[in-house]
Design a protein around this ligand. Structure first.
Ligand SMILES: [Zn+2]
Length: 225
């Protein structure tokens, strides 16, 4: 059958109800990363594994993503109280997914993360990924809404890791640019471009992005005049 070629069935044991289920994941050979968008959204050739990142238990509705860390003991009680009990109807998202299904799966993971009090950076990355999915759907309004909440959450995020700190600074500037908050974008990019200890990787990303933006912007201004 066709699905055998594109997906494999991953076996999961649900953290909450402890039942076992299988859920589709894209086979590694069925997609290729072609490039990435300026906010690091991978552009794939073939299927999009992003759609299958979150596993949703078809029995109780618990959503699991590999970035979740509060998946044990007292946190599970919080999730049961605030999330599981409120679910009216559990959806089965274990087979082939549409972009909307994928958005739902990330929204559920977002709720799980929120109720188990995960670090803001976990929530920020979920919001960013939902924005990417909205971009794939060409739903600009929803994309902007999720980018805005991703930026808010990145502002609240803290990390002691240099790479992820720089990634976050870059993303805040990049998201600001997309939201039309040019002042904030400029501030963020210049911090990365002129900062003493900034890695070459993010200094170059920031330089390129800000130069491209200025070039496109001047071009548009000239075309309009
Ligand atoms: Zn379950």
């Amino acid at each position: 059958m066709a699905f055998d070629l594109n997906y494999y069935e991953s076996k999961i044991v649900c953290n909450i109800c402890k039942k076992q289920y299988t859920t589709y994941k894209v086979r590694p050979g069925r997609y290729k990363v072609l490039s990435q968008d300026t906010d690091f959204m991978p552009i794939y050739d073939g299927l999009n594994p992003l759609l299958y990142e979150v596993s949703v238990c078809p029995y109780c509705g618990y959503a699991y993503h590999k970035s979740l860390t509060r998946t044990y003991g007292p946190f599970l009680e919080l999730i049961k109280e605030s999330y599981i009990k409120r679910i009216k109807k559990v959806r089965n998202l274990c087979k082939e997914r549409t972009i909307d299904d994928a958005i739902t799966s990330f929204q559920l993971a977002y709720l799980v993360a929120k109720f188990s009090m995960e670090e803001p950076i976990v929530l920020a990355n979920f919001a960013l990924k939902i924005a990417w999915l909205c971009r794939l759907k060409k739903d600009l309004k929803a994309e902007m809404r999720y980018l805005r909440s991703a930026r808010e959450l990145f502002y609240k995020s803290q990390t002691s890791d240099k790479e992820s700190e720089e990634r976050m600074q870059y993303l805040v500037a990049e998201i600001s640019l997309r939201l039309g908050d040019i002042e904030e974008a400029k501030r963020g990019f210049s911090r990365l471009i002129t900062g003493k200890d900034v890695s070459n990787k993010y200094r170059n990303y920031a330089k390129k992005r800000w130069e491209d933006y200025k070039y496109d912007n001047e071009k548009t201004v000239n075309e309009e005049s």
